[in-house]
Design a protein. Structure first.
Length: 328
């Protein structure tokens, strides 16, 4: 027997759905409302303070920007001035280069003219002297430059140090320039003392550094002197006489206080023995400084005796005597 269906209640499930959804929506709104900070939504003093602070920062940045723009313009102006100076300097350098080229061209022309004149002179000399004539030695300013070892003997007396010392250094430079490179070099006082005692009776190697040290040491080198170069000359020949070496002595002085010129000449002749061809192993060049002729209180007699002695020594020992006429 079929059962009858139960009738549906008057209350619909759709109404419950609506109620549930509405309740859920209310709950969601409440949750959303609680997550928002009410202070943000309300106008107040903190927000205005932040705005003012940001505005002040903006003004400060604008001020700094203006200052930096000013500094940048100043630097750009300085760079422009530097560029102008560099351009002027380059023009001056180019002008100097042109002048140097012109001077070099003049020098070249003069050298060519001198060479031509020398050729003409040589031809004339050959015509006058004959084709078989040969010069005995190479001379520079009258001084033979064939030596391989140089030894300076310098009068360190008060008259030389006080009046002639700059000229002494100048003459040393000239002589060293005449001999660009030698096998050995040495410096002694007129008493036979060494400027560098560690190289006593030894040749110092000739180097640019050594030459510079010699010239620097000469400034304050003032050992005792008796105003006579004889002791230094004799000591130098005793210490360095060598048949296998070509040696030149350069004697710097202004007076001779010894007793006998003849005795000095004979002593040097004995020490500086002749070779079979009559030449001396050690050349003696002498340079006379006119201290006693130009300085106050000078002794003309002492200077004259020095000139006589040095001229005789140079003549007998294959050298040259040079008498200076000024101390400047």
């Amino acid at each position: 027997m079929r059962r009858r269906r139960r009738e549906a209640p008057d209350t619909s499930l759709s109404f419950l759905d609506v109620i549930s959804c509405g309740f859920g929506a209310v709950v969601m709104l409440m949750l959303i409302a609680k997550t928002v900070d009410p202070s943000v939504l309300e106008p107040g003093e903190p927000l205005d303070g932040k705005v003012r602070e940001l505005q002040e920062s903006l003004f400060t940045i604008r001020g700094d920007t203006a200052i930096l723009d000013q500094q940048l313009k100043s630097v750009e102006e300085q760079l422009s001035e530097f560029d102008e100076r560099i351009a002027r300097l380059r023009e001056q350098l180019a002008s100097a280069d042109k002048q140097q080229d012109a001077v070099a061209q003049v020098d070249t022309t003069e050298k060519e003219e001198l060479t031509l004149a020398l050729q003409v002179l040589t031809e004339e000399m050959q015509r006058l002297l004959g084709s078989s004539f040969r010069a005995d030695s190479d001379l520079v300013g009258g001084i033979p430059v064939d030596s391989e070892y140089l030894l300076f003997i310098i009068d360190t007396s008060g008259s030389m140090v006080n009046y002639a010392w700059p000229k002494v250094r100048e003459q040393m430079v000239h002589i060293l320039d005449t001999y660009p490179s030698v096998k050995g070099i040495q410096v002694m006082s007129d008493m036979g003392g060494y400027m560098f005692p560690t190289y006593r009776r030894q040749w110092m190697p000739d180097t640019p550094a050594r030459r510079k040290i010699i010239l620097q040491s000469l400034t304050n080198w003032t050992p005792f002197s008796n105003s006579s170069p004889v002791e230094g000359i004799e000591q130098a020949i005793r210490d360095f006489y060598d048949p296998q070496k070509k040696i030149s002595l350069f004697v710097f002085g202004d007076d001779f206080t010894g007793t006998s010129i003849r005795q000095v000449v004979q002593t040097v002749d004995r020490l500086n023995r002749e070779r079979r061809n009559g030449e001396r192993l050690v050349r003696i060049h002498t340079i006379g400084f006119p201290v006693h002729l130009l300085a106050p209180g000078g002794s003309l007699q002492s200077a004259t005796r020095f000139a006589h002695l040095m001229r005789e020594l140079s003549y007998r020992n294959g050298g040259t005597f040079v008498g200076l006429n000024t101390l400047r």
